[in-house]
Structures are given as structure tokens and as C-alpha cells.
Ligand binder design. Sequence first.
Ligand code: NI
Length: 225
Amino acid sequence: MLIRIPAVLTPEEVAHCRAVLDAAAWTDGRVTAGAQSALTKNNLQAPEDSAPARELGELILGRLGRNETFVSAGLPLRVFPPLFNRYDEGMSFGAHVDNTIRFSGPVRFRTDLSATLFLSDPGEYDGGELVIMDTYGEQAVKLPAGDMVLYPASSVHKVQPVTRGSRWASFFWAQSMVADDGRRALLYQMDRAIQDLGRQVGLGDPSVVSLTGAYHNLLRMWGQT
Ligand code: NI
């Protein structure tokens, strides 16, 4: 399931991120790549433990915690501290899969969801699409600054070469309470339908209450905490 989450950051917050990152000490992006993805990775990253990455990471985590779509679609259990990357002209990242298990300090967690939060507007660069291969074929994603795409970390994906300008983004992973993408998609569909129905007939309607109970019991059956 690919989900677009619009306006995770306001234009002012995007501008703040860009200003802070402008002063960051960018390094070779291969520091967080596994052996296979390091072969095709050619970009720059703000160091994970640097002050800019920590400050902006906190800002993004704060916004995500209040974002209903992220919470409903991702059912996040743990969110990896956001990282920041940059593709200048000529840079790209070939087809790869993200590591399943990652460490954040001493904490080990499973990557169920991958996220890219765009910090450059599409007009600022050519190329640079995030291409996600799924059962529907290839999906090329290039969103306005401040918007985010959430997709299964199990997907093969790549970033097309940037042929003009520079593409800045935040990227991170999350462990979901529900590991399976198909189950998460069903729960998201059900949650949205319950919200819509609740608006039409009232959240206290017995059918809405019953469906809400079914949703929570599915989450109880499938969820890990
Ligand atoms: Ni990746």
C-alpha cells in the first residue's frame, strides 16, 4: 500500500529544515547502506547523530505523532529517527531493498514501513523520482515539499538520477504494530469507512459501534506491542 500524506510540514517548516540543513556537514550516503545497496547508492546524507539531524528529526516526529493518516495507515509502534539526504545533479540510488532489521542506538527494530518526506519542490530539480516496484508495476513518486509517501519497506525501490538541480528529503523507517502490509491495508480501509459512516449516521450508531469493535478486535488479533 502506497499512501501519500500531504502537508506533513508547513511551507515555513520546510524552509526552516532547508536553512538548518544548508549548514549541515553532508557526508557520503553509503554510511547507512547495507552491502548490496552500497553498490548503487550515490547521494549525500546529514550525519545521523549531528545536531541538525536531531533537531529536525524531533520536529518531524512531533508532526507525525499528530498526523491521523500516518497513525491510521502506519499503525506505528516505533519510528526510527528521521534521516536527511540530498541528491545533487548526477546522483541516484539504484534498485535495492532496505535492511529488515535496523539499530537505533541499542534499540533493534524491524522496518515495516519506509517513508520519504520531500523537502524540495518538483520544480527545483529534474529526475529524482522515487520509483517503487509493487504488484501494480512501477510507481514514480515526486511530491511537493512538505508531502510524504509511506510505502512497504519490503518493496524494491530506487531514486532516478537527478539531471538538474538538487533534491532534498527526509527519509526514515517505522516498525508497525501490524507487520503484514495486506493486514495494515485492510485496517486502514476499515478505519476510513468507519470514520465516513460515523459522519453520516453518528459515531454512536449501534452499527458504527459494532464495526469499531470489530476493527479493534482485528487490531488485537494482529497487533504486536
Ligand atoms: Ni531505500
